[in-house]
Ligand binder design. Sequence first.
Ligand code: KIV
Ligand code: ZN
Length: 513
Amino acid sequence: MTDTILIFDTTLRDGEQSPGCSMNLEEKLQVAAQLETLGVDIIEAGFAIASEGDFEAVSEVARQCRRATVASLARAASADIERAWEAVRHAARPRIHTFIATSPLHMRVKLNKTPDEVLEAIERTVTHARNLCPDVEWSAEDATRSDPDFLARAIETAIRAGARTINLPDTVGYATPETYGAMFRDMIGRVPNADQAIFSTHCHNDLGLGVANTLAAVMGGARQVESTINGIGERAGNAAVEEIAMALKVRHDVMPYRTNIVSTEITRASRMVSGITGFQVQPNKAIVGANAFAHESGIHQDGMIKDASTYEIMTPESVGVATSNLVMGKHSGRAAFKAKLVELGYDLGDNAFQDAFVRFKALADAKKAVFDEDIVALVDDEVLRGHDAIQVKDVEIYCGTGPARAILTLEVDGEPHEAVARGSGPVDALFAAIRQIVPHDRGVLERYEVHAVTGGTDAQAEVSVLLSEDGRTTRGRGAHHDTLVASARAYVNALNKLMVKRGKRPVGNVAAR
Ligand code: KIV
Ligand code: ZN
């Protein structure tokens, strides 16, 4: 058995399924490019039949990626499988990933099928997929609550029909490391044709055990792991790729396996996904949290000064955190700014670089010290809204102890639109002005959060909003040294995503209600 663990990234499919986490086409392509640079082996780019947008995204990712295998998810249905194939067929290495539930509960309640009917569906759909695509993965949804005898028969059927990867997901995050590892040992040991397939893990984090379960499965014989950047995904999320990759690297002594992950690209991938989705990484998150390498207590600091290995089991550099001597301020020019961006892992095109530099200069004028976190927030903000059809141009607010008044200019498809609105406070007035210019009567502001990027009263504000409309939710983010400008940018960013989800282009003052 090989010691290489294949990394199957599902940030663009299972990750994107988290409420408010949707990405547009440009954003998905950007994430896919970074996933290839990170060295993941397989990118699950979406669920091609789910919508036109998903189909387009999977097709474009398939066209763009030259190294990684590109997969599309498909239910056990002919139409799903054909749509998945249509989307991935352009890939250098296409894969169809088809699944059906195998637990008694799912088969009875969800599928309304007998176990024999499920076996028949596996045989038929995997054969269909295999006739189209040489690389077929089959998943037993809710594997961890399935009857082991039935699961073994289902796996054998899928392999006989041509599946070369067998994924046994812990769909509801119910497993424990012991039971999950044992399930892999059991299935690999008892399924007669198991040697013809690679076994794969797919863990959800409902009990906070996603990564532990994944590693237990690897010890039990799995050689592919499915995971997402920052652990985003349905409910409590999926197992986090950065945690799995670094656990395998740092504890190679007890888990002697290798991956193709370029660990120095981890931080960049994490920041990109958090910037695009608006899902902030919690400060104490392993590997990529802001505090993951911070040492506050005196005893720890003393140890770190003497020898970093006293309290650090891996270096910040090994996961791509730059420790820099390049201090930025209002006297820094283009060359220094460019060097800083390279150090932080950004590679902006000429136009984006110009825009970011202008904003950096404005920030450096407004703020005494510009920290790396400020530049990350600023650049993420710039990259985030580069393709938005609606852009914030000008914000003026009058407020005090009485009602507030906002004068706002938005550019909609390049045309300026101005509105004046009142509200109980400045944010209320500002959002009312946005609604005047781009009406969206059924849209509801579900959440509004403000976070200071650094300390100090001149800190940049990072604002995150969650908008919902008819069961669709979108998240927007904005950063600026003025909290109200950041608020307008965040709301408008979410609104742009809502328009994309509706499939309609916005038009100032006459946007579809
Ligand atoms: O969690 C799950 O079971 C899945 C499958 C569709 C692979 O995401
Ligand atoms: Zn899943």
